[in-house]
Design a protein around this ligand. Sequence first.
Ligand code: ZN
Length: 176
Amino acid sequence: MLAAVSSEFGPQFPKLAAGLASGVPDLDSVERALRDSSLGGGATALKMLFEQFDKALPPPECARCGKPMCRHRAGKKRVWLTRLGRVEIERSYYYCRSCGNGCFPLDRALGLESSTIIPGMASVVAETTPMMSFDAASGHIANLAGLNASSSSLQRWSPGARRGCSPFRARGGRRG
Ligand SMILES: [Zn+2]
């Protein structure tokens, strides 16, 4: 356990320790640096879990014609935005020799066929964006959760914005 902690954080220690001892310690930077490392480690673990799950899924049957599907030699990449940051997965792609249909069993098993953001992160966006401008929400999410989500991405992901009726935008102003 100690080895895992020291390999994740160890390389930063000399610089962080020097910063603390400099006479004008920047605690905010120290906390942010360590939080980024924590999130990075979590994102790597999530990627490993997803890829392990993908490998364990049985070959699917074609949803269109019911025939067994064939696994494509190369996996295909996809990025999801999670509470731990961006997670890039290379998952299996299957295709049907009979009708040409294709599918990603992992996306289906996780219920993420059509979404770029994972439900936990979607709830962060949904709770934040109705209360402030997308610019302010972007800064707020970065400060509280350490996640980089640009204001244009938030605009795209916000449920209200998708319906064209974000309460903030409807008032026609921008805060913060
Ligand atoms: Zn088929």
